[in-house]
Structure formats: structure tokens, C-alpha cells
Design a protein around this ligand. Sequence first.
Ligand code: NAI
Length: 468
Amino acid sequence: MAYDLIVIGSGPGGYVCAIKAAQLGLKVGVVEKRATYGGTCLNIGCIPSKALLHASEMFHQAGHGLDALGVEVAAPKLNLGKMMAHKDATVKANVEGVSFLFKKNKIDGIQGTGKVLGQGKVSVTNDKGEEQILETKNIVIATGSDVAGIPGVQVDIDEKVIISSTGGIALEKVPANMIVVGGGVIGLELGSVWARLGAKVTVVEYLDAILGGMDGEVSKQFQRMLAKQGMEFKLGAKVTGVVKDGKGAKVTFEPVKGGDAVTLDADVVLIATGRKPYTEGLGLAEAGVVMDPRGRVEIDNHFQTSVTGIYAIGDVVRGPMLAHKAEDEGVAVAEILAGQAGHVNYDVIPGVVYTQPEVASVGKTEEELKAAGIAYKVGKFPFTANGRARAMQATDGFVKILADKETDRVLGGHIVGFGAGEMIHEIAVLMEFGGSSEDLGRTCHAHPTMSEAVKEAALSTFFKPIHM
Ligand code: NAI
């Protein structure tokens, strides 16, 4: 039987694309080599890490935050096995959810490793080595990404002592001492998990700021908050060696601005220096699919590769490596294949770091606006001046809004604070509709909520806040 669409990869990009295409009447098959659907995100990424972030935050709160609220409890005891079981159960429920949705939408799941044989043909080889050839009108490559490692440094990741994010969600005991190489999203999220559970965490980062690419003010203040929580930072430090040593490992780094190399010992080293597009064994070159100079699949504005009928979305193509960006591309490509006008607005893709407090951002940073020569105004509001935040002892952080100086159109929003990852979406919706800071500031916000700080930041952008 010929398909309208074969999607290779069932991560958030692939499975969402498949569901949308099926909803639009296409006959869809999804090729997945893993035993379960959901890709990196559901199996070993976003979902399990969020289960551990939540559970470790509860553990930390029980030990540190409740007393001040008049809730006196005995020192909490960690049952890491049970915490991991909670994580595993969360993953199971989510991957089974995708299976259910495939059945509901009459999508064929095809277990095995997919390979593109050219326009309209995909080979799938299962665990037993049996190959089948699928005929299809269109192919979507949604194979995601893999751990990049440290460029130019040979690192033997054993997922026990020297770990990637995969080992970082599955340690059997809390290390006394953990070094995180890379102060990006994975390093800070998983570093937070193990720090809350009792590890001494040191982050070694090449740049002179954590969360490179985020608004500079956000990054600086956030680093201070993490340092207050006990995390240590070595910035402007290029890691040049990670080697096993006895039961632990040694990490060597050189100051970027010059100086002597430093070597630190750790029980566990987390390598969190980025991810690379996963295209191995897909047969893309043989099929004539052109790659860009950074090893990503090159696509046009309609997600089509250099070969007609072969499309690509998510981490294998340009743009931020984010599950929700992949999902939106999946929807857009499904709509295009169904004859509709699929489109993704890359100017309004939120980014969230699920630490405590959370960091969330959408649109432009101050640095980007400066670099682009755009005249802008800034409005800020701290959670220390928000009643609800005080009531919840969640006063760390602030909201920052950037708007065009002339038109007042909101160009960016940045939030550090409890629940930032939820609050960011009102700024995203506003931006999607081309709204101004005055539109946001004049929108009635329920009292008392953390979101009132967003309104107040908007008020300060075009005039003055009330509560400051
Ligand atoms: P990243 O690109 O966010 O951060 C990697 C960091 O490692 C950079 O700051 C870089 O300067 C540093 N680095 C590179 N080489 C180094 C060296 N030799 N020495 C010291 N530092 C070095 O990558 P990360 O954190 O591994 O995440 C991978 C991808 O997964 C990212 O695209 C991220 O957006 C995505 N992700 C998103 C999450 C979220 O949205 N909450 C959660 C986890 C991952």
C-alpha cells in the first residue's frame, strides 16, 4: 500500500506532523527505531528531566523552604529509586499517549531504522535485520539530534562517570561532586537537579556568561540566583580535557583570556556542550539531499529539501533545537502537504529553562536589538513588588519587556521567576498579534497573580508602573 506520507522519527516534530497530517486526511506511516515513540524529548529529554526537576525541587523545598511558612517537618529523606520510578512512570504515560494517538488517528507505526532510498521510497530495517520498502508520495525527515560532545576533545562518555543528559537522568546515587561542562540549558537544568539532591555542582563554561544568547541582564541575575543556591561557576573557561581517573574523572580547562590550565576532580562529569543533527545512516547524500555547512539538512521556506517530496523539520534543520519549534514545523509541513498554507513565525518562539526560578524568553534580547540598530524602550518590574510573589516567598526575579521606541510594538519579553515558563505565553500571544506594551498594560490581569508583574512591566514600558 502506498502512503501519502512517511515520517522518519517520532519525536515531537515527527509525531505531531503525523497526527496533523492524518487529521487532514492523509494516509500516514511513522518509522521509529526506538521501542517507544516520542524521541529524545519524551524518552530521555524534556519529559524525564522535568519529572526530576519537579521532584528534586519538592525535596529541596521540604528541606529549606517550608519552615519559613510555618510548616515544620523533619529533615526530608531522599529515596532516589522512587524518584527515578516517578520519572520512568511519567515517561511511560507519555510514550503510551503517543501510541494511543497514533491508533486513534489510524497512523501506522513501523518499527525499525529508516533509510531514504530517493523520492517516494523508504527502506525500514527492523531489530531482526528484516528489510521492507515503503512507497510514499512524501517523506518527512524528523530524526532529531544527538549529543555533540566537546568539539576537538576526545571524551569517552560511559553514562556512569562521564555522562551526557541521558546518564544525567539516570544516576544511581547522588554524586558528592559534579562538574558540568557547558552552562547552557541542559547543564543548568540537570545541574540544578543534582545540586538540589545534595551534589556540589561546578559549571565550567566557555563564554563569559551562562545561557549564551539569552538577554544579558537575565543571564547575569539568574547566575547570581544559582550561585546563591550553591552552584559554582567557572566562566570564560575552555574545557580541553575530560578523562577518567580512578572512580571519578578529571576536567581540565584553560582560561579563554589566557593563563594557566586548571584541573578539577569530580565524581561525575556531565557533558552538556550542545547537540548535533542526527542524520547518520539515513542515506541522505545518496538520495541527493543537500546538507548545509553545519551538517543540517538544507530546506527551503516550505521545509522541502533539495529533493522534491522530501521534507525535513526539527533539530535536523536550521533554527533553535526546541521541541515546540519542531512541533510547529510538523504542523506546518502537514498543512502544506494537505494543500494548506503552513507557516511558522520564527520571531515568536518562546524558550524556557525549567530551573527554579524559571527563565523564559520570547522575541528579541536587548543585545539583539542594539546589534540590529533598532531604537527600543525597556520596562521592568521585580517580583519583590508583587503581592502574590511575596505570599508565596517567590520574589526572586523580574519581568522585562522590550518595545519599539516609535510604535510601542513589543519586540521581546524576558522573565526570571517562579512560573516564568507559563507566564511568557501572554507576551508570545501579544507578539503574535503585533500588540504594543500599552495593549498589554491595559489588559485586566487577575489580582493577586504573578502575571500582574507582566502587566506592570508593560505599564513601565509605555509609562509608569503603579506598584513601584
Ligand atoms: P547549549 O548550546 O544550550 O549550551 C552548550 C554550552 O556549552 C554553551 O554555552 C557553550 O559555550 C558551552 N561549551 C561548548 N564547548 C565548551 C568547552 N570546550 N568548554 C566549556 N564550555 C563549552 O547546549 P545544551 O545545554 O547541551 O543543550 C542542547 C540543546 O538542547 C540546546 O539547543 C537546547 O536549547 C536544547 N534543550 C532545551 C531545553 C529547554 O528548552 N528547556 C532543555 C534541554 C535542552
